[in-house]
Design a protein around this ligand. Structure first.
Ligand code: ADP
Length: 480
């Protein structure tokens, strides 16, 4: 498989640099080739998206919704094939990747139906001869910059609401999600989506993403990725006075109180920490345990952790696969080395011998014994490594939970309703949950973080419609 750009309904293979894609589960396997674009492709895509905008935005919501229903249908038909390709490209276990594609199908259907929902309100006028109302209008051409960790669901949760609101899109996926992006675009190309409504440009972040941010036709950017890049996105968009949304890092805490049902809490925490090899922005990376139950917690952890199987992504039984790339392997490996040197081991699962050296596998690891300001507790690791902190009581647990520059997701395990409620009130995170893992939030609810985790505009659910549209207040004096 080779990547291609999809611009104005045409398939274009850039003639510049070509890169092989290695399967992170088995680096000897070449999954395909990526053809990297140059800046001229962004310009052509911007022209195509701009040209497609008047007609697309003038369609009824029902007609745009019909295209999204077709996109959902073709994705559902090819879900297994796409899930396998993504697993081979970025190493997510196939069982999880299937779930991700299904989420993409559901998101497309959900936003398709939004084409038929009322999109404004009737506002009384002081003048009885005036009819006054507000309505949503699209922004224009929207640039969508996506990461590799959810190569299907994240692009869809941005593209689907952008389209239903009447915008046209230029999509720049992460380099190591480019084959999956190409195949997804190929599937969408079989629907009645008009040419130029979605334009796919494959390329390097700084070069192609950077050009997209500065492209005059682009009226808004939706970005998910690292905090460093997110700040570049925000600065550039603020300077241009275009709308932006950034979803960035997380350092999510799971708090376990002394009355928690450990039999159920521990598997949820392991899932939050190790599914997708910890490469979710909502992954659990801090586990805060009330001191009096620390030993019982560790005992449950050691038993439950036996189920955590490290295996190639296409193995049906894989609990976690490799991390996604050599870059990830080096970065997460660096934190693992710090953990071995400076922290106390709670639990570790060695990668099976036959896999070691074959792919980017990293031993899942839980450590403790470091202070709250330590880099392992404060920095986003984005890999299968979690750190346990002990708290004297509930008040200290909340204080530790909030002691982070990030505020994406937080969860509490308890049977105490009063504490559960206090946690929901006091935890500084965009998504707060009780007796559930930090990851796995639902698509019909707003998604996003507080503090340094995002730029306040939420994704998914109804909130996404606010981002991908602007309000127009209309008033007509009918007896004049
Ligand atoms: P990660 O560490 O998860 O790869 P990045 O922030 O580097 O996060 O990448 C997220 C997305 O942003 C990718 O599509 C990447 O190509 C893109 N990107 C990287 N650098 C820039 C930049 N300077 N401007 C715009 N987009 C960028």
């Amino acid at each position: 498989m080779e990547s291609k750009n999809w611009i104005g309904g045409e398939w274009i293979t850039p003639s510049g640099e070509v890169r092989p894609v290695q399967n992170p589960s088995d680096t000897a396997e070449e999954v395909g080739l990526i053809h990297l674009s140059d800046q001229s492709h962004v310009r052509t895509a911007a022209e195509a998206a701009k040209a497609a905008f008047p007609k697309w935005s003038a369609l009824s919501g029902a007609a745009r919704g019909e295209c999204l229903y077709q996109m959902a249908a073709v994705l559902a038909q090819h879900s297994e094939e796409l899930a396998q390709l993504a697993s081979r490209e970025m190493g997510k276990p196939i069982s999880e990747m299937r779930g991700e594609v299904t989420r993409g199908v559901h998101l497309l259907r959900y936003y398709a139906a939004e084409g038929m929902r009322s999109d404004g309100s009737l506002i009384p006028s002081a003048d009885r001869d005036v009819l006054q109302y507000s309505k949503r209008v699209p922004l224009g051409v929207v640039g969508i910059i996506t990461p590799w960790n959810f190569p299907v669901a994240i692009p869809i949760w941005k593209i689907a609401p952008a389209l239903i609101c009447g915008n046209t899109v230029i999509w720049k996926p992460a380099e190591n999600g480019s084959l999956t992006a190409t195949r997804l675009a190929e599937l969408f190309a079989t629907t009645s989506l008009p040419p130029g409504v979605i334009n796919l440009v494959i390329g390097k972040g700084r070069e192609i993403g950077g050009t997209l941010l500065n492209e005059a036709a682009v009226q808004a950017i939706s970005f998910t990725g690292s905090s460093a890049t997110g700040r570049v996105v925000a600065e550039t968009c603020a300077r241009r006075n275009i709308k932006y949304q950034t979803e960035m890092g997380g350092k999510n805490a799971a708090v376990v109180l002394r009355d928690a049902d450990l039999k159920r809490a521990v598997p949820a925490i392991l899932s939050g920490a190790f599914r997708s090899a910890g490469q979710k922005c909502t992954a659990t990376s801090r586990i805060i345990v009330e001191r009096t139950i620390y030993l019982a917690f560790v005992e449950h952890l050691q038993q439950a952790a036996e189920a955590v199987k490290v295996a190639p992504a296409l193995d049906e039984a894989a609990y976690l696969g490799p991390v996604a790339s050599a870059e990830q392997y080096d970065k997460v490996g660096g934190y693992a080395a710090i953990a071995r040197r400076e922290a106390d081991l709670v639990w570790e699962k060695p990668v099976p011998q036959e896999l070691a050296g074959r792919g980017y596998y990293i031993n899942p690891l839980i450590v403790t014994g470091v202070a709250a300001h330590h880099s392992l507790v404060q920095e986003e690791i984005f890999g299968p490594l979690a750190v346990v902190l002990q708290a004297d009581d509930f008040a200290e647990a909340i204080q530790l939970c909030n002691q982070s520059v990030y505020g994406l997701s937080a969860s509490l395990f308890t049977q105490d309703l009063s504490r559960a409620f206090q946690f929901l009130e006091k935890a500084e995170a965009g998504m707060v949950r009780v007796n559930q893992e930090t990851a796995g939030v639902e698509y019909q609810a707003p998604f996003g973080g507080m503090k340094q985790s995002g730029s306040y505009a939420r994704e998914q659910g109804q909130a996404a419609l606010d981002f991908y549209s602007q309000l127009k207040t209309c008033a007509i004096k009918h007896s004049f």
